[in-house]
Design a protein around this ligand. Sequence first.
Ligand code: OSB
Ligand code: MG
Length: 368
Amino acid sequence: MNIESIELRQITLPLVSPFTTSFGTQSDRPCVIVTVRAGEAAGYGECVAGDGPWYSYETVATAWHVLEEFLTPRLLGFDLDDPTAVWDLFAPIRGHNMAKAALEMACWDLAAKTRGVSLRDLLGGARDRVAVGVSVGIQASPAALVDTVRRYVDDGYARIKLKIAPGHDEAYVTAVRAAFPDTLVQVDANSAYTLADAPIFQRMDGLDLLLIEQPLADDDIVDHAALQRELRTPLCLDESIHAPDDARHALDLGSCRVINIKPGRVGGHRRSREIHDLCRARDIPVWCGGMLETNIGRAHNVALASLPGFTLPGDISASARYYAHDVAGPDFTLNSDSTLSVPSGPGIGVEPDPTALEVATDRVETFR
Ligand code: OSB
Ligand code: MG
């Protein structure tokens, strides 16, 4: 089965509410949806690079450039028998994992569909529901944060992640902990601190947090190891982990005790699974992060999170937490046990909505 055509489609989708992190506030989500076709079958992927180089150096524009000039030409005509071979095909191109992941993941969807199996089964998933939480952006005051968290707890989310940044940390997290003594709470700093801020984390060490995500620099694992030695609360790395070797180095150094796996950040499903396997062999819990995906990226994340080592709730909330009108469906809804159901149909189990896609499209090109 040869890849006959590849469509790149840049879209912008308005978020139901603005999302504020230590990088800034975002009200809509730009991304590139990719479609790979062989015969009658189509596989879908989503490039999670954002509008600017804040979370990662990759942006929608760099991803489009790398997809168009370097990745698409290699994949066209490729005989997609084994989706794990796509990563090897892209090996000559350095970095740009988000661009690579979009196509690699689309190939996994296509391969699953041509075999007539779900992506979960092709990846080796072990469950039909995955535990999820919600990632809550920085709010104007601790009281406003407590109100926002209450809405999500009332919706049924059993795990809350709070975005933090200097000046928006201790008082905010303490207020949420006091209001919700039984809820699983974790925090994510998106690299906003340095080792000099260790006392802030020592003071939050008594708040019974599930984990502290990426407190220090995006390219650091040495200072994280120093900070982890000072804390009881597990550190979790997000931005610092781009490859299975990064995970191995961080675990050998003691830089974290938990890893957030985002397939976009690490280059797709094959490498996500490799990091999962490495962590599982060492009894290190992993969970699936999120990048405010549409239902296409969310379906990929849900399938990945069904692997057995994903033992902590993922940042994979119900569709309605993100978008009023998604570009694909059906929507994911929250089950009463704070899980999402893993689709069992062929491939990722969601289909693009052509009308919604058209409305959201900024730019589209097809390569043959
Ligand atoms: O650091 O996990 C992060 C969103 C965009 C960029 C980085 C991050 C996030 C989130 C959102 O926390 C998680 C989600 O998709 O619900
Ligand atoms: Mg994060």
